[in-house]
Ligand binder design. Structure first.
Ligand code: PEP
Ligand code: MG
Length: 751
């Protein structure tokens, strides 16, 4: 409390200086003098960031005055540079023995032994560094570091005011002027959109940093927190998101964050130290952001995005602003943001919001999941997008091609308009196919099923007219959570999937974690080659409790119904036998306790090439086989499926792949075991045509592929295709894509 009172007193003095007359430089000079005196330090210096990532000594009490505006350090250079580079404080009793100490003779600092410095942060950016130094080897306390950070908050406002360094100096010299620009990113949700750029919630400008009356500020903070929490409750009750689903879980987690004690306490402490409510909220966020900026863990980064979201919400409440979709927003707009929390997206009018561009973000980002549910194209990891796009610019989000066009040229605009029109036309024509059978012109039926993994995917069953779920990737449900779901939590989700599907079959694949699919709550697996490492069935068999619980949940969910279970990455029969033994045991238990499933079908994913030579023994043991070409092809060519450099190198429509698949199809037909294919190939019309030509009759694919694949099937005559593919072995070895394309063109097949 004493420290808080002291810091309040100091802040009050600084406030008077800030509000006083004189230039920014004069005020800064006065501020460093006051700090030095108050903190009993012989030196207090303020370094300000200049163009080119250079920190310039702007004011000092204690160092030689001639060093001011002369001493400059690059970010990362010297202790000051390290503080800026790491965006974190440093307190050293013996600074000169630190390996990063950089001696600058003009400053005369050799007589000062101890040093404490903090970054001057604003909006997650380092604007400068504030340092105190002492002659003796002084051990600075945590409270002192904390106090200096609070003071740095005041300086941040001064530095951001643009009087010390012109804002134009720090504007990125990207050389793009106002020319059209194309930016690259990653696809977080497919689609194409055009609209006017709206910058997501420009920062609330904090006009007052130091509080006049801390008690009143505390009351304001508390009122704003309460208002924010109740607004979030209202948001969650909204009818379009109130129904269950992962986005619901995400929003619930978000609500929990809004009540996080640690977060609320840190803001309260900051108010007690003498800051206004707004400055306290900002200070806590700036520190969190700086602390977490180096975190690469996707889960933790997601938490940061949630906190950013809550912070800006809280600021809006403090400012008394309202959230309802702003009437001033353009009729069709593209939202540009650094990162975004899931709830924030829902604040915008969905009919006008056409696309989203994020500077950060990952495919598992919660905002991406919510955007998928709303069918909004999203591109993430677009470097410096906030600096390159101005509000009001025309922007094209071409998520399918991982690119953003800013101020697109006339040509690009026309091309986009044409593509949008084409898509609309295609959508309508695919919708018209919805209730027509997927049968070739000669009458051969092909079953089209969906790949799904979230409850949000299930409405597509009705929308596309798919005949069931051929692959339900259960791991996605696990990846969305903060901890392992219990058996009953799992069962309730699986039950909802089955209920939604009704009579249509659903094939549940047991957990396929490992590889690139990591669970945030499972300790990291240090695999050198994760795709070929400890993943899928291998983890399940080594951690049987995990598998047992999942199977128990599936059995419970399918009480009295049909249950289809599929084991991923089976490489040898023994693995199937072991997994099946777990299943049998659970079925036995379920039978003794309650209603077991009416029927259980067990399948295997064919993803590991070695299994080909075990098919004669494997097939009699299973009810169906599903080929996962995504993995199979990567193992066959020894080419990482996620490596963009290899993406074009090998073709699935090649002799090795097609011959292998043809052999699998023949074996299954002989053994009368139903065969499916659920890799990406199934959803590409030309690839799907080849698969049908070699004997596949069930394909499982992403919802957006059902229309195009059905259109292809309905225009296909099977006999000539089979005749072409019968000559497989005589065809040129590398790729058959060209040949198959020619065939489709010559025979009028819509690919
Ligand atoms: C596959 O490997 O083809 C497959 C469908 O599984 P996943 O993409 O989930 O690995
Ligand atoms: Mg796979």
């Amino acid at each position: 409390m004493e420290a808080a009172t002291g810091s309040r007193r100091l802040l009050r003095r600084l406030r008077d200086v800030m509000a006083g007359s004189g230039t920014a430089q004069e005020r800064l000079n006065e501020i460093v003098r006051i700090i030095a005196a108050d903190m009993v330090a012989e030196v207090c210096s303020c370094y300000v960031m200049r163009a080119g990532e250079v920190l310039e000594l702007f004011a000092t009490e204690g160092l030689r005055p001639e060093a001011v505006h002369r001493t400059r350090l690059r970010v990362g250079e010297g202790l000051v540079g390290v503080i800026a580079a790491t965006a974190s404080p440093l307190a050293l009793a013996d600074a000169q023995s630190h390996p990063d100490f950089a001696y600058r003779p003009e400053t005369g600092e050799e007589v000062y032994h101890s040093l404490m410095g903090v970054p001057i942060l604003r909006g997650g950016r380092v604007l400068g560094v504030l340092v105190v130094q002492n002659r003796i080897q002084r051990n600075y306390t945590e409270d002192e570091i904390e106090a200096l950070q609070t003071i740095a908050m005041v300086l941040a406002e001064l530095a951001a005011g643009g009087e010390l360094v012109s804002p134009f100096e720090l504007a990125p010299s990207n050389g793009i002027g106002l020319l059209p620009t194309r930016l690259d990113g990653i696809k977080l949700n497919a689609g194409l959109a055009i609209g006017i750029a709206v910058l997501h919630e420009p920062r609330v400008v904090i006009r007052q940093v130091v509080a006049e009356d801390s008690e009143a500020e505390l009351a304001r903070l508390r009122a704003a927190i309460a208002a924010m929490q109740s607004a979030i409750d209202d948001l969650l009750a909204r009818s379009d998101i109130a129904s269950g689903g992962e986005h619901r879980d995400i929003l619930e987690t978000y609500r929990m964050f809004a009540a996080d004690r640690g977060w609320l306490q840190r803001m309260t402490d900051a108010v007690r130290s003498g800051l206004t409510a707004e400055a306290s909220v900002q200070k806590v966020q700036d520190e969190t952001r700086a602390r977490m900026s180096k975190v690469s863990d996707p889960y933790l980064r997601e938490r940061l995005a949630d906190l950013e979201d809550l912070t800006s919400r809280l600021q809006q409440h403090l400012a008394g602003r309202h959230f309802a979709a702003d009437a001033a927003l353009p009729a069709e707009f593209i939202l540009i943001a650094r990162s975004m929390g899931p709830a924030e997206l829902l604040d915008y009018d969905r009919r006008r919001l056409k696309g989203l561009v994020l500077e950060e973000g990952s495919p598992t980002a919660h905002v991406a999941v919510v955007a998928r549910a709303l069918d909004i194209p999203v591109i993430g990891r677009v470097k410096d997008v906030l600096e390159k796009v101005e509000a009001g610019d025309l922007v094209v989000v071409d998520a399918d091609e991982h690119q953003v066009f800013v101020r697109p040229s006339e040509d690009v605009q026309q091309a986009v308009a044409a593509r949008l029109e084409l898509r609309l036309g295609q959508r309508l024509s695919y919708a018209a196919l919805r209730d027509l059978p997927a049968a070739t012109r000669c009458g051969t039926r092909v079953a089209l099923q969906l790949n799904a993994g979230l409850l949000l995917d299930l409405p597509y069953l009705d929308e596309t007219g798919a005949e069931g779920v051929g692959l339900f990737r259960t791991e996605l449900l696990f990846m969305m959570r903060q901890d392992f779901p219990t058996v009953s939590q799992q069962a309730s989700i699986y039950r909802r999937v089955l209920e939604h599907a009704g009579e249509r079959p659903v094939t549940f694949r047991t957990l396929d974690i490992g590889g690139d699919k990591l669970l945030p709550y499972m300790s990291e697996i240090p695999d050198e080659n994760p795709a070929m490492g400890w993943r899928a069935i291998r983890i399940a068999l080594d951690r049987p409790a995990l598998l047992r619980q999942q199977l128990r949940a599936l059995i419970r969910a399918a009480a009295g119904r049909r249950l289809r279970v599929m084991f991923p990455m089976i490489a040898e029969i023994g693995e199937l036998d072991a997994a099946r033994a777990v299943l049998d045991l659970e079925l036995e238990r379920a039978g003794a306790r309650g209603t077991p499933p009416a029927k259980v079908e067990v399948g295997v994913m064919f993803e590991v090439p070695a299994l080909l030579w075990e098919l004669p023994q494997l097939l009699p043991r299973i009810d169906f086989l599903s080929v996962g070409t995504n993995d199979l092809v990567q193992f066959l060519f020894a080419a990482d499926r996620g490596n963009p450099r290899l993406a074009e190198r090998y073709d699935a429509l090649s002799l090795p792949v097609l011959q292998l698949l043809a052999e699998v199809a023949r074996d299954c037909a002989r053994a009368k075991v139903p065969l499916t294919l659920c890799g990406e190939m199934a959803g590409q019309p030309l690839d799907a045509m080849a698969l049908i030509g070699i004997g596949f009759r069930t394909l499982s694919m992403a919802p957006s592929s059902v229309g195009p694949v059905k259109a292809m099937i309905r225009s296909l005559e099977l006999a000539p295709l089979e005749a072409l593919l019968a000559t497989l072995a005589t065809l040129p070895p590398r790729t058959l894509r060209g040949k198959l394309h020619d065939f489709a063109r010559d025979h009028g097949v819509a690919v």
